[in-house]
Structures are given as C-alpha cells and as structure tokens.
Write a protein that binds this ligand. Structure first.
Ligand SMILES: [Zn+2]
Ligand SMILES: [Zn+2]
Length: 322
C-alpha cells in the first residue's frame, strides 16, 4: 500500500509498504485525510530516531474489522487515538492509555502511522465522527485534543491574563480554547500572516517589548523552539504557571533558578481526550478553517512536508484517497 516514509535521513519519500495486518479487535481503515503537525516535521529531522510511516492526525473510513462484534463500525467515518495503550495496566484502566508505560504511539513509536492509504487500529482507539463534521474539520480532532488537555490540567479563571507563545498550528488552537473560558488571551509570534489570522479570530497580539514586570498568570509555550521555555518563564508573574507544549529534537535549556525564585509551576502537556475535541469541532466552538494552509495529494507528500515547514505555514493536509 502507498505511504509516506521517513527513512531517517531527513528525506520524505512516498513508497509502497506492506499492507497492514489486522490483529484481534482491530479495524482496517481507508485513510481519507491526514494533517501534518510539528511532531511529524521533528520526526523527519530525526526526533526519537524515527524511521517508517509517520502520521497521527487523520480521518478514515472503516473498511473491515477482525471481530464480528465490531461489524457495526464498517463504513463509519472515524478519527483515532494517537496513543495505543496495552489495555491491561492501571493507566489504561483509568482511561489514561496516553500514559500507559507500554503504549505504542501512532506514527511515532512502534506503530505505523496514518500517512498511508490503509491503516490498522484497535477498535477501542476509534471515535466516530459526527455526521455534520467535514473531514477538513475533523482532521483537527487530535491537535484540538492536545489544546484542550490544558483545560484538564490547569484551572483557567475568567479573570486570568494569559499569554500563548507561538502563532503556529497548535498555538492558535490553544489561544481559542483558553479564550472560551473568558480569560484575556494574548498571542505572540514571529509570523505576520499568522498574527493576522489570530486577530481575525478575535485574539489580542502581545506587543513585542516585555513589560518591566511580568504580567501573565499563565503562559503557554507553544513556539516549537528550544529557546521558548526560557522566554516563557520571563513573561510569567511570580507563582504563575507555565505550560510546556513544545517537543524538540534536541535538549532544551532554561534558567531553572528563575523558576525556583519566582515559584513558578511548570506543567508538561501533551495529548488530550478526543471525545471533547470532536464535540467542540461539531459545535463550532473553535474555528479551524483559517488554520488550513494547503492540501496535497499523498503522492506529493515531500512538497507537503516542505510547505508545512515553511515559516508562517499552518496546517497542511494530505489527501490519501485518490
Ligand atoms: Zn500532532
Ligand atoms: Zn496500559
């Protein structure tokens, strides 16, 4: 089956890979649409020593299932979990398979990703897409879940002053999600085109010079760059919270003593729950249309990756069905 393959040398190629084989309780999907995210770009550059088929943001149609009990799903349009837990440990029992120590991570760790015409996934990892939700919107479920995870982790008061650092794909989702709580949200970034989209979304833009005293109760670092965390701390008031969203290929250095002296709370934040993300998308509680930069067919994946890596590019989609 045709797929995007990262050989581990910085290239992005399209080639034939073996057809996915269904395990017990799994479904075979025809992938319809995929979304390229910052993590995919990092994987292409060697993050986690990745080799293989990337992709964890997708919409697909169930083609077949291995268990007759799941036959009702055949033909359903679905999105999937990125983290595939063992379903046998305490984390999985609590519905937190995204922290299962034996998890596989779609298109990242020990599990072939979604940038392929066909994909096998456990039925337990699938979520049916509401009929009213277009593929082009549903494909944002996984990154929106990652944005919504912040609301699960950190209380956001309506009176809070919040800075979202990073005007990229994830930053603009996070800023919308936090605004919905009534907080005063500012966005900072380096791309005029993205900041313009942020303003159109009704978000305020953080003026570049740092105020004499840090003012923000909550700073979300979503710059995708290794230097972002140090900068994020400087914008955060004493006893404030810094949410760390960037995953970088290299080590990240920051002034830990600043965090100690200011008594900052540093919160690592990764993936979130897919169900509320689908609900938010179906209810139109976030706008994703302004975040779609381009769409390419699978055959042109190298161009799509190059486009997604360009400064100012937001979500680049990959159309898998011919
Ligand atoms: Zn992602
Ligand atoms: Zn587990």
């Amino acid at each position: 089956v045709q797929a995007v393959v990262l050989p581990g040398d910085g290239r992005v190629v399209v080639s034939e890979v073996s057809d996915p084989v269904l395990g017990p309780g799994e479904a075979l999907l025809d992938v319809r649409l995929g979304g390229i995210c910052g993590t995919d770009l990092q994987l292409a550059r060697g993050y986690m020593g990745f080799r293989g088929v990337p992709g964890h943001e997708f919409v697909g149609t169930v083609r077949s299932v291995s268990s007759p009990a799941d036959r009702v799903l055949v033909g359903a349009r679905v999105v999937g979990e990125i983290n595939l837990g063992c379903q046998d440990c305490g984390w999985c029992a609590k519905g937190l398979s995204r922290h299962c120590p034996r998890r596989r991570v779609l298109g990242i760790l020990e599990r072939q990703g979604a940038f392929a015409r066909r994909l096998a996934l456990p039925v337990s990892a699938l979520h049916v897409v509401p009929g009213t939700l277009a593929d082009e919107d549903a494909v944002f479920a996984e990154p929106l879940a990652a944005a919504l995870e912040i609301l699960d982790q950190v209380p956001v008061e309506p009176s809070a002053s919040v800075l979202v650092m990073g005007d990229g794909r994830l930053g603009l989702l996070i800023a919308q999600v936090i605004s919905s709580r009534g907080a005063r949200v500012m966005v900072s970034g380096r791309h005029d085109s993205c900041l313009e989209i942020a303003s159109r979304l009704g978000l305020a833009i953080q003026p570049a010079p740092r105020p004499p005293e840090p003012v923000h109760d909550l700073v979300v670092e979503a710059t995708g760059s290794a230097s972002g965390l140090d900068e994020a701390q400087r914008w955060c008031r004493p006893r404030g919270t810094v949410v760390m969203k960037s995953t970088c290929a290299g080590p990240t250095s920051f002034d830990a003593s600043h965090a100690v002296v200011q008594e900052l709370t540093l919160v690592g934040s990764r993936c979130g729950r897919m169900e509320p993300a689908l609900e938010w998308l179906a209810a139109g509680r976030v706008q994703v249309a302004p975040l779609r930069t381009a769409e390419y067919p699978l055959e042109e994946a190298p161009d799509a990756f190059a486009h997604a890596a360009r400064p100012g590019a937001l979500k680049v989609l990959l159309r898998m069905a011919p």
